[in-house]
Every structure is written in C-alpha cells, then in structure tokens.
Design a protein around this ligand. Structure first.
Ligand code: AMP
Length: 395
C-alpha cells in the first residue's frame, strides 16, 4: 500500500490553516493559510514543495477558500487524498478521543460551542464546507480538550456550587491536548521508555501557553481551565488573576465585563507587562539592552511557568522528565534556563551547551549530568491529527 495523505484543517473565525500530511514524509508536501476571510483582503498563501504562491480572493468566505484549497490538496496528494482531519478546540465532556464525523459528532461540537464561542462555530463552517465539497471522503475531528478528559475530579472541578458544573459545564477542560500528547509520546521514544509506563511534566509555550502532568500516556492535570485564559502568562493573555479583578475594575473604573475580558485576553500577558510586544523574540532582544518592561515580562513569564510546573508535579507518582515545546519552548534557551533555575528543588539543572544547541526544530536532551531529563521536543499537532485520522480509517 502506498503512503497515505491526510489533509489537516484548522478553521478559525476568519482564517483556515491547512497542511497535507503524508504518513511516510517528515515535511508537509503542501501547507498554507487562508486569512482575512469575509473581507475584501481575503487571501490564501501556500507552499507546495519549494514553491510559494498567493491567491487573492476578495470577499471569499470559508466555503470559497476551501473550494480552492481542496483541489490543491488533491493535486499535492497525486489525487489520492485518504481523509480530512479537523482540529476542533472544544469537545466539552462529549469527546474523549478523535471521532469520525457524523451528525451526532456535529451536534456534540455545536453543543460545546457555548464554551468556545469564537472557535467551534468556525470549525462547524469548515466541516460543513469540506463535507459538501468532498462528501465521499472520511472526515475526522480531533479535539484539543479530549486528551485532558482523563483528569480526575479533584483536578478538574472548581470550588463553586455544584449546579454550575452539573447544569452549565463549569469545570476545567484544558487545551493544547494534541500537542501535549504528541510531545510526551516523542519524549518517551527519545528516552527509550514505553509511553504507557512514563511520567512527564510538559510545557507548551507558544502564543498560548500551558503546562500538563502526563502519567502513562494520560493527562492528569493541566494549567488551562474552562477557557484557554487560565494558568500561565501568555503572549497577550494574563493567565491567572484574582477573580475579584472583574468587580474591582467595574467599581473603580466603571468597566464592563466585555472590557475586562478584552483586556485580559488581548492586552495582557507579555504584551501588557512589557508595554512593548507579545513576541518573546522581540522581548529577548530588548532584555539584552536592559529594557525594564521586557526584563519584567521575561522574569514573570519564567517564574509563573516554574510555579505551575512545580504545582503539576503533585499529579505525578514519579518523574521521567520535563518537556519544552511550542515556539518559545523549542527556541528560547534563555526561557528554559531561567525556568529551570526556579526548579532547583527538583534537582533540575541544564547543560548550557546542549540548551543553546536545541533551537529551530532540533530535538534533544539538555540536562546536566545528574539532573532529571529535560527534553526539547518540537511539537507537530498536524501530524498527530493526521495519525488520529489514519487510526480511525484503519479501525
Ligand atoms: P507558536 O505560537 O508556537 O508559533 O509560538 C510563537 C512564540 O514563539 C512567539 O512568542 C515567538 O516570539 C516565540 N519564538 C519563536 N522563535 C523564538 C526564538 N528564537 N526565541 C524566543 N522566542 C521565539
């Protein structure tokens, strides 16, 4: 049987990220981004092999953009596309693993939309479009929340009245599950351990950031909660604040809930602390010239990350290692170094040379002799979604 091809699609409210994954190749034959959909500036950028292309599609919506993307994917797959894998942000408590899409799955995603009002409706538009364009192709949804459905109640419940959980789904769900699952499997492979008998702390650090405690291939706790705002300091998201901040700002500044939400999601995190940028690269450079805001943002980011990892350790019976992934985790030796300095109590220590070497997609162990493992693992959510899709096609 020749190697199969899966098209992986991630629909946002005005964008579609896509990649063609071939099960036998490490790089994607085709990948791209449709953005500013629904506006006069709608455009698709893609790379097919070494060739980069752009197609301007003024006013195009998701359906029109997918109408361009699907034939491109078929061409890149030599006409042998085996299926489509959709990333879906929120599966609520309905979905504990990937699912072949049918009416009941669509209904489950719709029911969970209340918990992810920006994301799930966009995923549904993408699913409807690909199903109408390619009705005969199997389609699978892979949920960001599904991996964390193994958390025990003491990790996922908030200390609020029970009816809010029972009747309104108020609990911790967690996100980045596809990434934490992928990197913990890779870390186990790299360490020569069976994933089903291993225990990891994982830090996914991109624009969104989260930590996870993973035991025998299952999530036992994670830092994000009901929404992806809880937990760590992120690019523009505050992470944890005192929940009374809402009422304080309402009383003192007359802010509405919407204003507080916007501030916490879009104007906080690295951007809010530094007053300079949400981008860790920019901040790392500014730190070198002593920019006080950048230095503060960097320090708060690393301290809060270490504090979260130390808390996650409560969920582990033992520890095989600490994993860094995501744009910052894979590239910033400075963030890894500073974070690990706060975790001395766990015996962690880095090898400076190995730490400096692991950037730009290079995986490796970076701990000093005698320290528990610290592993840099480039994440690959697209490949994990394709693997889940193929596993369902085989089942
Ligand atoms: P992601 O969302 O996974 O693409 O990650 C985006 C984040 O990774 C941004 O904050 C980038 O600044 C950060 N990043 C990428 N490369 C580097 C680097 N060399 N040093 C520090 N941060 C980086």
């Amino acid at each position: 049987m020749s190697a199969r091809n899966i098209l992986v699609i991630n629909c946002g409210s005005s964008s579609i990220k896509f990649a063609l994954v071939n099960e036998a190749q490490t790089t994607f034959p085709l990948q791209g981004l449709a953005e500013r959909l629904g506006s006069p500036e709608a455009v698709i950028h893609w790379q097919f092999g070494d060739v980069k292309e752009t197609l301007s599609l003024p006013g195009a919506d998701h359906q029109v953009a997918l109408g361009e993307i699907l034939p491109l994917a078929q061409e890149a797959a030599g006409g042998r596309l085996s299926g489509i894998g959709h990333r879906v942000v929120h599966g609520g408590e309905h979905f504990t693993d990937a699912r072949l899409i049918d009416e009941s799955v669509i209904e489950g995603i719709r029911t969970s939309a209340q918990l992810a009002p920006l994301h799930n409706p966009a995923h549904l538009i993408g699913i409807a479009a690909t199903m109408s364009l390619f009705p005969d192709l199997p389609q699978v949804s892979v949920f960001d929340t599904a991996f964390h459905q193994t958390m025990p109640p003491h990790a996922y419940r908030y200390a609020v009245p029970e009816f809010l959980y029972k009747e309104h789904g108020v609990r911790r769900y967690g996100f980045h599950g596809t990434s934490h699952r992928y990197v913990s499997k890779r870390a186990a492979e790299m360490a020569g351990l069976p994933v089903e008998d291993s225990a990891w702390l994982s830090a996914h650090l991109g624009n969104g950031c989260s930590t996870c405690a993973i035991v025998n291939g299952e999530s036992r706790d994670t830092s994000m909660g009901l929404t992806p705002l809880e937990g760590l300091v992120m690019g523009t998201r505050s992470g944890d604040v005192d929940p009374n901040l809402h009422s304080y700002l309402e009383r003192t500044l007359g802010w509405t809930i919407e204003q507080v939400d916007r501030m916490l999601n879009n104007d906080s995190g690295l951007k809010g602390l530094s007053g300079l940028s949400n981008d860790m690269r920019t901040l790392s450079e500014a730190c070198l010239s002593g920019h006080p805001g950048a230095v503060l943002a960097f320090e708060v980011f690393c301290y809060r990350l270490a504090k979260s990892l130390a808390g996650m350790a409560c969920a582990l019976p033992r520890l095989n290692g600490l994993i860094f992934t995501g744009g910052i985790g894979e590239n910033s030796a400075a963030v890894r170094e500073r974070t690990v300095e706060h975790l001395k109590l766990f015996g962690f220590q880095l090898d400076a040379e190995a730490n400096a070497r692991c950037t730009r997609g290079l995986a490796g162990e970076i701990q000093a002799a005698g320290s528990p493992r610290v592993i840099v693992v480039p994440t690959n959510e697209e490949r994990q979604i394709a693997l889940d899709t193929l596993a369902l096609l085989d089942a």
